[in-house]
Ligand binder design. Structure first.
Ligand code: TXA
Ligand code: MG
Length: 330
């Protein structure tokens, strides 16, 4: 199968619509990461997503809709705080989990009685979703456990020859996946941290919890239980630049090609060693993280992370992705 990379010109949107209506899978740009979309109402199309990704059958998918789409039919009620959050943050990088009305394929929610809904702000995503005018089930467009894709080329690297079309909207400006928020309880509860932070949600809803999985418990959001975002090279995780320098020098002596992933301040302390600069702010680090992980896996024999010092806000999401990419317990 030829994998075409197109923009949002008429012909591209028409092709995307025809593919979706035929039960095929189409990758598309969003402001967070690229998605791998299919008709959420179709059992066959949704199962195709799981097969392509090699995704565990108990990890539910997010349904994506355009900004004017009426989600009332997809969900079974909405608490007042969720309506306020929707008005404040959508379209944007916030996924809201509602009681499901059971209108989409049962394979979307993997047996849960809830449905995750997202309205991406990316003009490419909006053009695609408006054209099809259907709920589109879409996980991140990477092979399961691999680093999420933030360019069309990343999607191509994982799926060329396997999917017919990628709608290219350029590099993703958000860079980490959306915040997933459980809106089925008394107060909203974050299941996956992201660009819409706990502080931002609490400012609108008055309160916001963060879900932490307890040992032995069945996770509320199955995706958070899996190893994720892993670069395909050896990795090491260090708490300080000094520790990273020692690990780097040892690998170099062995004849390897080590590389250090760190925030700008740490890079200065590492004097001449090969560094990938995450930047200074939480937003910069979110935007750069996955692209740097994908770059490093193709060139480095050992990728060494230095834990960033920044805390709070978007850093919660960045740290969650970094720890999981490097296999460090939270
Ligand atoms: O930014 C994003 O959210 C991207 C773009 C493509 O929209 N999508 C994305 O999808 O990250 P995925 O499949 O890689 O991650 C979806 C997360 C998983 O952790 C999954 O367990 C959780 O959302 N999820 C989906 N439906 C759920 C539900 N009904 N209840 C709880 N968690 C749910
Ligand atoms: Mg994913």
């Amino acid at each position: 199968m030829e994998t075409r990379i197109l923009g949002t010109e008429r012909e591209a949107l028409r092709a995307a619509k025809a593919l979706i209506e035929a039960g095929e899978v189409v990758a598309f740009h969003t402001e967070t990461v690229y998605g791998l979309g299919a008709d959420a109402r179709s059992d066959g199309a949704v199962r195709k997503i799981f097969e392509l990704k090699g995704r565990p059958a108990d990890n539910p998918l997010i349904v994506h809709v355009h900004r004017e789409y009426d989600i009332a039919a997809l969900i079974d009620g909405e608490p007042p705080y969720a309506e306020a959050l929707r008005r404040a943050f959508l379209p944007g990088p916030l996924t809201m989990v509602y009681p499901s009305s059971g209108k989409v394929s049962k394979f979307v929610s993997c047996g849960l009685n809830t449905l995750a809904i997202r309205v991406p702000s990316s003009p490419t995503a909006q053009a695609f979703l408006r054209e099809v005018d259907l709920p589109i089930a879409a996980p991140s467009a990477n092979r399961s456990k691999h680093v999420s894709p933030v360019t069309a080329q990343h999607v191509y690297d994982d799926f060329h020859g396997m999917i017919p079309l990628i709608l290219d909207g350029g590099a993703c400006t958000g860079g980490i996946e959306s915040t997933v928020l459980d809106c089925t309880g008394e107060i909203p509860q974050i299941l996956r941290e992201g660009l819409v932070t706990r502080e931002m949600i609490a400012a609108v809803a008055g309160n916001c919890g963060v879900y932490r999985m307890r040992a032995g418990e069945r996770p509320k959001s199955p995706g958070i239980a899996y190893k994720h975002y892993s670069p395909r090279c050896a990795t090491a995780y260090c708490r300080s630049a000094e520790e990273a320098a020692a690990v780097y020098d040892r690998e170099k002596e062995r004849g390897g090609a080590p590389c250090i992933l760190c925030e700008s301040a740490a890079a200065e302390a590492l004097g001449g060693r090969e560094c990938l600069d995450l930047g200074e702010t939480g937003e910069q680090m979110a935007r750069r993280l996955y692209a740097l992980l994908r770059r490093a896996e193709n060139t480095a024999t050992l990728l060494i992370a230095v834990e960033p010092k920044g805390q709070g806000g978007v850093m919660a999401g960045v740290m969650n992705r970094m720890r999981r990419a490097f296999g460090v317990e939270e």
